[in-house]
Write a protein that binds this ligand. Structure first.
Ligand SMILES: *Cc1c(COP(=O)(O)O)cnc(C)c1O
Length: 372
């Protein structure tokens, strides 16, 4: 019996996913992307787990995320701010020791000014827009930077990066085009290490430059379109709150969008759209009780959903009985597909209301430095 919806986060699976990526891309290094609170799973816990496996490069999206995360971590990892350096953040970013990803000439010039003012070289990553039109310097601005090296005074470039728009589809010609442009531009900075791949690129491209930035694959989401090579990290189960049997013809839920075609056993569980369970899964998605598929009937409410459990053996139906929402029968990617979205969105919307159960890393991480 369980008394509340419970999110299980398997840190051993997270660590195993890290090791799989690490071994795949070596000699490139594996960085972990822990933005959006570690894709909803807890950035501090995720970052500590990755660091114990030897991860030395952590990426957040926002400066505020770096500010929250860094004081919680042991030293030994660099934290990079992907969304760049908004005006006014320069002294705080320098003081914290976070490494900004510089995405425009304006950001370059403000970081250089900060370095000159403090009299210290400041580390940074330079992002090049090779075709996604989202963040980074377009090629002509990079040309300007190369023609005017003083713009980089005081800046110690740690990495040159770009981001692939179509990395989840290995067949998309945009990948090769972006890589070619990245190579051309990076050749102008021969001393600076390079990073291009997110999870998708990590599994579909060959040659990973010096560092990959893995996000969704660490968290068990499928980095591509074939069978998922990653171990599942997240499980979600909820208790049955109430059971009823309704005669054929009876309506269920807001708007009475479902009417029972037969005498139907209905189980109500305390998870709704306020918990990040997508409202569009009304009359569409499912849950599993004792391994039996129980379709969601009626709309998803704010705090509950109703399941047709008529086909579930009666012995498994009682208040407090566990219902699987994400687990061995229904993967994270399946939930996302049913909802017409991606695993990233399901993960990052997971409710703060869930009880959270972190399963520990089972074996201590191998300390590679002690191996001859
Ligand atoms: C979010 C993000 C990543 C990680 O992407 P995944 O697909 O989750 O692996 C890598 N690089 C950048 C620039 C990102 O914004």
């Amino acid at each position: 019996m369980i008394t509340a919806a419970r999110l299980t986060i398997d840190l051993e699976a997270l660590a195993a996913n890290y090791r799989l990526i690490r071994d795949r891309v070596v000699p490139a290094q594996t960085g972990g992307v822990v933005k959006a609170d570690g894709y909803g799973l807890g950035a501090v816990t995720v970052a500590r787990t990755l660091m114990a496996e030897g991860c030395r490069h952590l990426f957040v999206a926002l400066f505020s995320e770096a500010e929250a995360l860094m004081p919680q971590l042991e030293s030994g990892a660099e934290v990079y701010v992907l969304n760049g350096l908004l005006p006014g953040l320069e002294p705080r970013c320098a003081g914290l020791g976070a490494i900004p990803v510089l995405n425009s000439l304006d950001q370059v010039s403000r970081w250089s000014a900060q370095a000159r003012q403090s009299g210290l070289a400041l580390p940074a990553v330079l992002q090049i827009d090779t075709g996604m039109s989202r963040m980074g310097l377009p090629p002509e601005e990079v040309e300007h930077l190369i023609a005017t090296p003083a713009l980089l005074d005081g800046i110690e470039l740690r990495f040159l990066i770009s981001h692939l728009a179509c990395a989840d589809d290995p067949e998309d010609p945009a990948n090769a085009a972006q890589e070619a442009l990245f190579n051309t531009i990076a050749a102008r900075f021969p001393q600076v290490p390079r990073a291009l791949d997110n999870s998708g690129g990590t599994f579909h491209r060959r040659g990973h430059f010096d560092l990959v930035r893995a996000g969704i694959a660490l968290y068990g989401g499928n980095p591509g379109t074939g069978p998922n090579p990653m171990q599942p990290v997240v499980g979600l189960e909820a208790p049955i709150a109430q059971l009823r049997t309704i005669p054929a013809g009876t309506g269920v839920g807001y708007g009475l969008t479902f009417h029972a075609a037969r005498e139907t056993r209905i189980a109500t569980i305390p998870v709704g759209y306020a918990d990040g369970w997508p409202r569009c899964l009304g009359n569409r998605g499912a849950a599993y009780v004792a391994g039996v598929r129980a379709p969601i009937v009626g709309r998803v409410s704010m705090d509950s959903i109703t399941l047709d459990v008529t086909d579930v053996p009666a012995g498994h139906l009682y208040p407090g009985a566990p219902v699987e929402l994400i687990g061995p029968n229904q993967s994270l990617d399946q939930v996302a597909a049913d909802a017409g979205t991606i695993s990233y969105e399901i993960l990052t919307q997971l409710s703060r209301r869930y009880d959270r159960d972190y399963l520990p890393v089972r074996a201590p991480a191998l300390d590679r430095s002690t191996i001859a």
